[in-house]
Write a protein that binds this ligand. Structure first.
Ligand SMILES: [Zn+2]
Ligand SMILES: [Zn+2]
Length: 470
């Protein structure tokens, strides 16, 4: 009996997303499509022409055979409506669900796009968004890898890659595998922010197994075996080492990475190379384990640290992220890299308190976090659910649609219109046990969201959420 109810609920849950407009982003830019992505039989179908044309592919349609053909830089794909057989460069490929014609548009399974274009397709249930990331994207993508109580971030732009830190010793193989999977076999830069094992632990594996052009290390040494292993790997592969200085810049595709701090100190954490990556009007700050002393030095030097996304210093320790520094960075989102239940108590309650009102993403809770930018707005998504991390509604600024706040539903309001679904009014809405409003988006309702019908919500006297249900 219970089982039956559960499966009925599951079936309902699978159907729910299709009742909503789904936003589509290709390499960080929102793609307005006349027919939005759709969930069918638990599979996400995306508009073939819109995605391929956004990637400068030519798409043609043969009405007689109901076949769409898309060609891009040496790759030709062919799909036929209601047919599970597709062709990529003439090679047969079997789709798990066939291509469908919806409102005159060819919709293909997201997985087919990822396989035929070698792209990643991510589905974010919280923001009801599909993110397509292609290997040679011309924007800037930042990936905060889930390496437990450690740091490792991958930056990519225009086919060039920078790895900032490489986790603990035990993470080396996983990081190498991840980098290979996303096509980052050749790294233009590998940065060891400072010689602590939770930052350079896996760096010897990365250097030995992949093709590394440059290694950046601070002017600091230590006597650990981990550090010796990194130096050995550098020597074995004969990789040039740069000791960066403050103000130096490194070009990474269409992005620029500048050195905000690189100082000598007794405490290794304060030797951390602090980097700021910019792409058009957006920026990302990477603090390593730099503490308040470094933050103060940066502030008194007058260096611009304003950034859309702050990788919080020292895993969220209370010894970093001073109020003054945080105010200068003024981030729209913060990322903390730390391990679940770590013995240091990272992140500290004091740091989390200072971050109140800023969406905080944590590798211990969210898994690997991926940030994308179109040059104006940054958006974040993650492996695991993010609802638990959203700031309470009371701390969300009421100003409409400020850029770079990934979890704010207001940035998605336009897509409701673009979707053209019953004037954007869904028959299913989300409510919470104690809330006085109903929401169109589960993400807006928060972690206690439960679906119900619009008429039920109205009969309970609930009123529409001002942010997502207008
Ligand atoms: Zn650390
Ligand atoms: Zn450290």
């Amino acid at each position: 009996m219970k089982k039956k109810l559960l499966s009925a609920l599951l079936a309902l849950a699978m159907l729910l997303p299709s009742a909503f407009a789904v936003d589509l982003y290709v390499d960080g830019s929102e793609l307005q499509t006349d027919v939005p992505p759709t969930i069918l039989s638990g599979r996400t179908l995306v508009p073939l022409r819109a995605i391929f044309e956004a990637l400068d592919a030519d798409v043609s349609w043969n009405g007689a055979t109901q076949t769409a053909t898309a060609a891009k830089a040496g790759t030709t794909v062919q799909v036929s409506i209601d047919n599970t057989t597709a062709y990529v460069n003439g090679q047969k490929q079997i789709l798990d669900v066939p291509a469908k014609l919806i409102d005159g548009r060819t919709m293909v399974p997201a997985r087919f796009v990822s396989e035929s274009l070698d792209a990643r397709v991510l589905w974010d249930v919280n923001t009801q968004s599909v993110y397509v990331i292609t290997p040679d994207h011309e924007s800037l993508v930042v990936e905060y890898l889930d390496v437990g109580q450690a740091d490792s971030m991958l930056l990519s732009s225009d086919g060039e890659y920078m790895l900032i830190d490489a986790g603990n010793n035990a993470d080396g193989d996983d990081i190498v595998r991840y980098l290979r999977e996303v096509g980052a076999d050749e790294l233009k830069y590998v940065v060891g922010t400072h010689p602590h094992a939770d930052h350079i632990g896996g760096m010897d594996d990365v250097i030995l197994d992949l093709d590394v052009e440059n290694v950046l290390l601070p002017r600091a040494t230590t006597t650990t075996q981990t550090y010796a292993d990194v130096l050995d790997a550098i020597e074995t592969k004969n990789v040039p080492v740069t000791v960066p200085v403050k103000g130096q810049t490194f070009q990474l595709g269409d992005a620029t990475v500048s050195v905000v701090a690189a100082q000598q100190a007794d405490d290794l954490n304060n030797t951390s190379i602090v980097l700021r990556a910019t792409y058009e009007n957006t920026s990302f700050l990477f603090m390593g384990d730099a503490e308040t002393a470094v933050e103060n030095a940066i502030l008194s030097s007058g260096t611009n640290v304003q950034s859309d996304v702050l990788k919080v210093g020292h895993h969220g320790s209370s010894t970093s992220t001073s109020t003054a520094f945080l105010a200068a960075v003024s981030p729209d989102a913060a990322v903390i890299s730390c391990g679940a239940g770590n013995s240091y108590g990272h992140p500290s309650a004091a740091t989390l308190n200072k971050l109140t009102g800023i969406p905080v993403w944590r590798t211990d809770l969210n898994g690997t976090i991926i940030a994308m930018t179109d040059g104006q707005t940054c958006r974040l998504t993650a492996d695991k659910g993010t609802a638990a991390l959203k700031p309470p509604a009371t701390t969300t600024p009421s100003t409409p649609s400020t850029p770079s706040t990934p979890s704010k539903p207001s940035t998605h309001s336009t897509s409701v219109d673009a979707g053209g679904q019953d004037d954007g009014i869904p028959s299913t809405v989300y409510i919470t046990p104690t809330g006085k409003r109903y929401h169109y988006k589960a993400s807006c309702a928060g972690k206690n969201a439960t679906p119900t019908t619009l008429s039920n919500a109205k009969s309970r006297g609930l009123t529409p959420c001002q942010k997502c249900a207008q």
